[in-house]
Ligand binder design. Structure first.
Ligand SMILES: [Mn+2]
Length: 342
């Protein structure tokens, strides 16, 4: 965004104005962190602000300040629609397409408010009045830091706001692993720690929250369900509904499982299949130049980032896996595609 655009947004944010912050369905740490950081700032400025998410916030984010004030569209769709319709300005955070907000897609598309997009996914859809989009950053939360800094100055960021931004960056980078190659992120992390963020405590609150059955499901997945195809530098895990039932699956229990096969030397592409009632949900992760997003888009009705993407299949789990293997072997061999990586 240009300095002039920032000024326009700043001038717009007067106390009488109605602001709504929205992020994507199945909100992750970056969605929640960026919403709560901006929410904290606007509350401090006495702006009339509402935070709105399509559906539930995972319990391990409940310690973030104001997380209990987020309105969930799945709980109160009428209220959510009314907020969107009445808003003067809507900040759309951490998504690049309106369809990512689930049930509030149409109201959001049709809203007459000013719409500001802050996001790091490739190729944002049109329909936003102001766009802060950068695929080179770690996360939307990183952009939110800059937005806050540019609109208000970074002195408005207190510890709870810093915790929210830090959580977003930490979770979107797998604890400063992927998407962490640009130095600017570390400048922000330094400032957040100076504002009182305790990295070990945040890590503990977000990650050390497993139930025993979730931990055992990971063991089962790696021991009994992981298939490694060394000649294609690919590995995958597929869980049936029975696997999930056997381990008392709760939403979120398989989060992060897709990353485990990438820990195997020379594996550059990992897939994780979960059998749902009416479809198979798939997550893809890659190392180096192998484009997980292109793969997801071309073959599995999905998309995402270069190294992290998702997709789905309406075939059975068995057929979906057969299809996946045949694509890897015939059409889109990760070994050949990533052979130039150093
Ligand atoms: Mn993100």
């Amino acid at each position: 965004m240009t300095a002039n655009e920032i000024k326009k947004i700043r001038d717009f944010l007067t106390p009488g104005i109605k602001v709504v912050l929205v992020s994507h369905a199945n909100p992750d740490g970056d969605a929640i962190g960026s919403v709560l950081a901006l929410y904290g700032v606007f509350k401090k400025k006495n702006v009339n602000v509402q935070a709105l998410l399509p559906d539930i916030v995972p319990a391990f984010y409940n310690w973030l300040k104001d997380s209990d004030e987020i309105i969930l569209a799945e709980e109160d769709l009428a209220k959510s629609e009314a907020l969107i319709n009445d808003a003067d300005i809507i900040f759309c955070l951490d998504f690049n397409a309106f369809k990512r907000v689930g049930d509030i897609e149409q109201p959001l598309r049709n809203a007459s408010s000013i719409k500001v997009l802050v996001d790091h996914h490739p190729e944002p859809e049109s329909g936003f009045d102001f766009v802060m989009s950068d695929t080179s950053v770690s996360s939307t939360s990183e952009l939110i830091y800059h937005l806050i800094d540019q609109i208000e100055g970074d002195q408005i960021i207190d510890k709870p706001i810093a915790d929210a931004i830090y959580t977003g960056i930490m979770t979107d980078t797998g604890s400063f692993n992927f998407s962490s190659a640009h130095p600017g992120m570390y400048d922000i992390l330094k400032k957040l720690v100076e504002k009182g963020v305790n990295p070990a405590v945040v890590h503990q609150k977000v990650y050390d929250t497993f139930t025993e059955s979730r931990t055992r499901l990971i063991g089962h997945s790696l021991l009994n369900k992981m298939i490694v195809l060394p000649e294609y530098q690919t590995a995958y895990i597929a869980l049936s509904q029975k696997d999930l039932q056997d381990f008392n699956y709760e939403k979120g229990d398989t989060e992060g499982l897709v990353n485990y096969p990438l820990a195997i030397k020379d594996v550059v592409f990992a897939a994780f299949f979960t059998e749902k009632d009416d479809m198979v949900k798939i997550s893809f992760r890659s190392k180096g130049s192998f484009p997980a997003n292109q793969f997801a888009e071309k073959y599995f009705r999905g998309g995402g980032h270069l190294n992290a993407a998702g997709g789905k299949s309406y075939k059975s789990l068995k057929k979906t896996i057969e299809n996946f293997e045949s694509i890897i072997k015939k059409d889109f061999n990760p070994k050949l595609i990533s052979s130039n990586d150093s």
